[in-house]
Write a protein that binds this ligand. Structure first.
Ligand SMILES: C[S@@+](CC[C@H](N)C(=O)[O-])C[C@H]1O[C@@H](n2cnc3c(N)ncnc32)[C@H](O)[C@@H]1O
Length: 341
């Protein structure tokens, strides 16, 4: 049974296996995607695990992570309508652990650097052969670490964060997976969020930039695509519809889910690439953000989510949004109703 007003429900897109519309179904998306009828989805918009150590990625190897994304993209070749779109929000991995690369060696130049020289340490050691490092440090007015470094000829530090990390870009991987499934990349945008210092995993011993932008990669399933510039106002077109850089803040409080995207992200993608009544899919539904926005915009949706608690949360949030939409629809006079209602 569908939870949308009957006017918005196209019963043909509920599969025989009973994949109900306007719900997040709990399970592995690689299994659940198979239950969706072919060519049923107008737009799939999602943000997968980024392979950055979130709790729902624990135990996943990099190979398993990329295989998951590969399998999900491949299944889109079947479920997308011809002319439909797949929009993936993802970020590069800024501190990708790789033990095979040389350790980053930071020659620290700091205002806190001790002026005590190796010659002074050697002279103190010669004058007080019985003193240990702790006593020598007290005598010289420096730290034990400084004494040790001067004795070892070592002023090079690896940093307290993982030293063997490199940046791993992900766009090329998605492009390759999609293209081999017959989904060419149609567009790419950069979402500039607020600087996320906590995600950056490096602080003073680095020249790297902090984490402050992500991508939205858009893939297209060949077929006829309805292009309707009337979906956005003239101002919206000039402010974001035709712009390669989108700027809005990320979700600051991640109490209920640790990696939510802001509603503005799926809102822009859904408004740009669909009409009311078009089916929207999010196979990595998380807390339900895509479903909430789809409900608000009058698009039926289907979500998949592996973690039972998140699936429950998504359904609660989406039900509330659907109830709100239903009530606001009732308060609109019939002549003002959107076309699909
Ligand atoms: C980056 S989060 C998505 C967050 C979501 N956009 C939101 O705003 O809440 C990725 C989600 O994918 C889920 N996930 C990971 N592997 C999955 C799989 N194989 N099938 C379904 N969901 C999966 C995770 O549990 C996590 O909630």
């Amino acid at each position: 049974m569908s939870v949308l007003p009957p006017s918005l429900v196209d019963m043909d897109i509920v599969s025989q296996d009973g994949l109900e519309l306007n719900r997040t179904h709990q399970g592995d998306n690689r299994d659940l995607l198979k239950l969706l009828p072919a060519e049923s989805v107008a737009l799939s918009v999602w943000s997968p695990p980024y392979f950055v150590g979130k709790s729902y990625e624990q135990g996943l190897t990099v190979g398993e992570w990329s295989a998951l994304i590969h399998a999900v993209i491949a299944e889109h070749a079947r479920v997308l309508k011809p002319g439909g779109f797949l929009a993936i929000n993802i970020a590069d991995i800024l501190a990708f652990s790789d033990d095979s690369i040389p350790r980053f060696q930071a020659d620290v130049v700091s205002t806190k650097r001790s002026p005590v020289t190796r010659e002074q340490v050697l002279a103190a050691k010669a004058a007080h052969p019985d003193m240990n490092r702790h006593q020598l440090a007290a005598l010289l007015g420096c730290s034990e670490q400084t004494v040790q470094r001067r004795l070892d000829h070592n002023n090079v530090r690896g940093g307290k964060y993982k030293p063997q990390t490199r940046v791993k870009t992900v766009g090329g991987m998605l492009e390759e997976f999609a293209l081999e499934s017959g989904l060419p990349m149609y567009d790419r945008r950069v979402w500039v969020k607020d600087p996320a210092w906590a995600n950056s995993r490096w602080h003073s011993l680095s020249y790297r930039a902090v984490d402050e932008f992500e991508y939205v990669y858009v893939f297209w399933k060949p077929g006829i695509t309805r292009v309707d510039r009337g979906r956005l106002t003239r101002t919206e077109w000039s402010e974001w519809g035709s712009r390669g850089v989108w700027e809005f803040p990320s979700v600051r409080s991640n109490d209920s889910h640790e990696a939510m995207f802001p509603a503005e992200l799926p809102r822009r993608v859904i408004r740009l690439l669909t009409d009311p009544g078009d089916l929207v899919l999010d196979p990595f539904m998380g807390s339900g953000t895509t479903g909430v926005v789809a409900a608000e915009l009058g698009r039926p949706f289907i979500g998949f989510e592996l973690m039972p608690d998140y699936a429950r949360l998504a359904n609660e949030r989406c039900q509330a949004a659907l109830r709100g939409k239903d009530e606001s629809d009732r308060s609109v006079r019939p002549t003002e109703r959107p076309q699909s209602a």
